[in-house]
Ligand binder design. Sequence first.
Ligand code: MSP
Length: 531
Amino acid sequence: MNLVDKTKKTFALTTPLYYVNDLPHIGSAYTTIAADVVARFQRLLGRSVLLVTGTDEHGQKIQRTAESKGLPPKKFCDEMSTGFISLWQLLEIKYDRFIRTTDPRHEALVKEFFQRVWSNDDIYLGQQKGWYCVSCEEFKEERELLEGHRCPIHPNKEAEWRDEQNYFFRLSKYQSQLEKLYQSQPDFIQPETRRNEVLNFVKQGLQDFSISRVNVEWGFPVPADPNHTLYVWFDALLGYVTALLEPDEEPNLENALAKWWPINLHLIGKDILRFHAVYWPAMLMSADLPLPERVFGHGFLTKDGQKMGKSLGNTLDPVALTRNYGADAVRYYFLKEIEFGKDGDFNEVRFINVLNADLANDLGNLLNRTLNMVKKYCAGNLPSITTEDIPIDNPLKVIGLHLGEQVKIAYEALAFNQACDAILKIVQASNKFIDEQAPWSLYKKGQQQATEAVLYAVLESVRLAAYLLSPVIPNISSDIYQQLGFEIDFNEQSQTAIVAPFDIHGTWGVLSGDQKLGDPRPVFKRIETPK
Ligand code: MSP
């Protein structure tokens, strides 16, 4: 079956499908924000983008949590998945698909996939003995566990001993094919440190892993043997495929893979790297399907330097944080302050300082005072100015002419902090420029044209900064754009109509003098430091 047409210019990316045993935590928000930023940037480039997110609803962990709440699992999942949807709304996440693994269409796809792997003789019945962490939904090697067989990721939970008949997937058969993949596609796993982790793990020799469970009812029955329930990960990873179906399409692999496959980017946290960079490609190889292009494993967030956890009582609630400070603030802090791929920390004082410095002072005040000067010195607009009037060695023009390209490279490499830093440089240079050029005294001296040239260069730099930051802070960017007289809302980008394409808006010199500027109003209110 020829399932993929590689000539299509589409960009599909995924977040993990989040477990619904609990409310969304800041880690889920972090991955999803990053994915949304990538999707928004790709849309600005004019690509046809599909952002997939959703929830992973089967397995023992969910079954037990639902039981402990006295709810039937499906009802419990229905309630919990809405928590994710509303957080994504609050955070301005513009996803295209929200897949729930309990979606009836999903079962049809999982069955068909299972059948392909089964026909390839890659599934067999065997005895599974080992320590299982229900919170990870994963068997652990004895050597990985802490004292008392506690899981290193969930140190307050003991892994449980299992000795049962399970179906196994022949992962070991794919050892050399996987090694070839990592060699021939060095960018398959990013960043480099994660790639090395995977290479080391694979080098130790891959073992087959069990893909069915007994005594777990909440999941799909194994097609070949309904006494077994399919292992949650074997089911969940395929959620990425089911999500690609058009809403009314018949659920089969051919339909699901027709437009968006292979996925260009799986964004995940480092704890689920093995599933995405080892198990998943091997499963796809077995089913004879093309592989995703890239898996990026980001780091973990800590709070005030400490690992976050319910038992430690130091979790950071993304809903409360976003309600308090707004979507743009949360999005900006995590992407600007943390190198994507490395671990990073949340600290409320630092959070407030960064937002005040960058968004309220450097960016917000700059726009505000410049617009006020235009009002005062130029009766509200800059009629006689065009970009050609600004000399080529104007320091802002010098930075601005290369900024778009530089930022594009950073976004494509998922170096969000570098993108933000580069953008902030033109904002800071603009503040310096306006102070040095002192348009208020130029005006007093009657140098109208020089006054206008300074104000134009600054406003154009603010515009470019707002444009390039729009994937990260879409509300503030839209507000800035509107104050600069554009009828553009960066939250209204759609697949078919790109409101402000990168090849036009991503360069310096877009503002025209006769642009009708709006009334200045603060774009980001300074946050008071709590006592
Ligand atoms: N259901 C699986 C994924 C299946 S994908 C087919 C799962 N779900 S999860 O809800 O537990 O994981 C959510 C994501 O949050 C993972 O990418 C994980 O790395 C991330 N994080 C969990 N805690 C985190 C931090 N403290 N910091 C950053 N990300 C963290 O795994």
